[in-house]
Design a protein around this ligand. Structure first.
Ligand code: NAG
Ligand code: NAG
Length: 505
């Protein structure tokens, strides 16, 4: 099955690449020469093989097994895309697409079944070495995320991200990964979307391990995420960067909050500080610490509510200095935007779509003209990406910006995915404008995702893949969609190009 797809893919890609080259000759808009295109996946979403060899359970294994009702189709990641067995096919697809880099995450309980670094799984080590070496053999840079939400259950049993000791446990895990793979991996992401890991779990109560503790658990988790990231960054900076010369940062997903009208611009800025600032200010700002507007807001609100101290745990001077400056680039994940305003008298805010909007009494709604997707939190507004990049540069300064996720959700298994093609086209155009018009130094663009996969609470219903996966088939056959051909074109020409190119199958 696979070989057939593979040959077809290569044949079609060559034809399309040829016509795209003609487009370049006609003077299409080119990305800078050093600009890199890639695609991403995450361990729990694609690997499957949840109980092979000595791997222990992650919080998503436990959660999806014990509470299937929290996942729309009551599915789990037991098999997923079976990338644990089929990684060669994934690498081959990445190669056929022409990816410059492939972003994958390590499963902490696959590598360290105890959660702690006293024992390293030989099988986990072998698996990630295979994938990393396989990518390098094809000339594809491996970009590794250490934590994409599959915490070892054994550490969750000790409090997980609310236990301050996780800062040391995470640094120990990072050391193992740097020791094993650092000679070949030059781009590291410590923690993916801390806001989702913390607020999805504690504010919404819907992400594993599903502990509903809004306004408390999320802030404890937030503080420990910042400290764990900082320790892992400093460890690399001091002991590994001198010999390997790689770069380390964390990824933040930020929803662009567009003020409904001028009177809500201050509120929109507060929303940005809640959803971007809580995971960025301490690291990227000159002064460090919590974003001042949010810190003040929560302290005052906590006092009004009768608490003896702020629900947002303070950062000591030592902690502020530990966290400040622990980056080599800014890594942004972008999907969607929302309009922001204050609720009218008696109007219900709801706790979705934006984390923390309840806390600051901000109502978010899509603009009527933004096309919806299959995810209820996700509407299309490509300009939001450019605006967000400008805001980041204005707020945190001129540095290297990497887009580490961007992509489109659909509940259809369509191979001719014109909506997804359009999403990539319009968003890449905004990236191009951010670089050429706004002088934001964007260096990486990452499509989320290479393959349809287990999409957390959306199970297998929401599909983000450039490549379709048949989850009803035991072999999980993979078939590239139109968007894969479109993206291969962009990569081979390093440019945006006209609509007259064939992008369907
Ligand atoms: C692993 O999990 C599968 C279910 O996904 C089960 O059928 C199998 O027996 C388990 N294997 C072991 C070794 O526990
Ligand atoms: C952008 O960042 C990269 C990586 O730090 C650097 O090499 C490059 O010179 C920067 N480009 C600009 C235009 O500042």
């Amino acid at each position: 099955m696979y070989i057939v797809y593979s040959v077809e893919t290569m044949c079609c890609l060559k034809l399309i690449v040829f016509s795209a080259l003609i487009a370049v000759v006609r003077g299409e808009r080119r990305f800078p020469d050093a600009f890199k295109f890639g695609a991403a996946t995450a361990s729990y979403q694609v690997e499957g093989a949840w109980n092979v060899s000595d791997k222990s359970a992650s919080i998503w294994d436990t959660y999806s097994h014990k509470k299937p009702s929290v996942i729309v189709d009551e599915s789990n990641g037991d098999v997923a895309c079976d990338s644990y067995h089929k990684w060669r096919e994934d690498v081959q697809l990445a190669s056929e697409l022409g990816l410059d880099f492939y972003r994958l995450s390590l499963s902490w309980p696959r590598l360290l079944p105890n959660g702690f670094s006293n024992y390293i799984s030989e099988d986990g080590k072998r698996y990630y070495n295979d994938v990393i070496n396989g990518l390098l053999e094809k000339g594809i840079e491996p970009v590794i995320t250490l934590y994409h939400w599959d915490l070892p259950q054994k550490l969750q049993d000790l409090g997980g991200w609310t236990n301050p000791l996780i800062v040391e446990w995470f640094a120990d895990y990072a050391r193992v990964a740097y020791d094993l793979f650092g000679d070949r991996v030059k781009s590291w992401i410590t923690i993916n979307e801390g806001i989702v890991a913390c607020e999805g779990t504690y504010t919404l109560g819907s992400f594993a391990p599903g502990i509903y503790s809004p306004g408390f658990g999320s802030y404890l988790c937030n503080k420990n995420v910042l400290l764990a990231h900082a320790k892992a960054w400093r460890l690399y900076d001091e002991e590994y960067k001198p010999k390997y010369g790689g770069k380390v940062s964390l990824t933040n997903q930020i929803i662009w909050p567009q003020a409904h009208s001028e009177e809500y611009e201050d509120l929109a800025e507060l929303v940005l500080q809640m959803n971007g600032g809580l995971y960025s200010h301490a690291i990227y700002s000159k002064e460090g610490g919590w974003p001042p507007a949010v810190e003040k807001y929560i302290a005052e609100k906590s006092a009004q509510e009768g608490y003896t101290r702020s629900r947002l745990p303070p950062l000591t001077t030592e902690e502020i200095n530990l966290i400040k400056g622990t980056f080599d680039f800014y890594a942004l994940n972008y999907y969607t935007s929302w309009l922001v305003r204050s609720p009218k008298e008696g109007e219900n805010i709801g706790k979705w779509p934006l984390y923390g909007c309840e806390e600051i009494n901000a109502l978010l709604e899509p603009a009527p003209e933004w096309p919806p997707t299959s995810s209820d939190w996700f509407f299309e507004y490509p300009e939001g990406l450019r605006r967000l990049l400008s805001w980041l540069k204005k707020t945190y300064g001129d540095m290297e910006y990497r887009i580490m996720e961007n992509g489109y959700a659909s509940d259809k298994r369509d191979l001719n995915d014109v909506n997804r093609v359009n999403y990539y086209k319009t968003h890449l155009e905004q990236v191009y404008l951010a670089i050429t018009e706004d002088n934001v130094n964007v260096t990486y663009y990452t499509a989320w995702t290479l393959l349809d996969n287990f999409e957390w609470n959306d199970g297998y219903v929401s599909k983000f893949g450039l490549v379709d996966v048949d989850f009803t088939h035991p072999d999980r056959p993979r078939t590239p969609r139109s968007s894969a051909y479109y993206y291969a074109n962009v990569i081979s020409t390093r440019s945006l190009y006209d609509d007259d190119l064939k992008t369907n199958l």
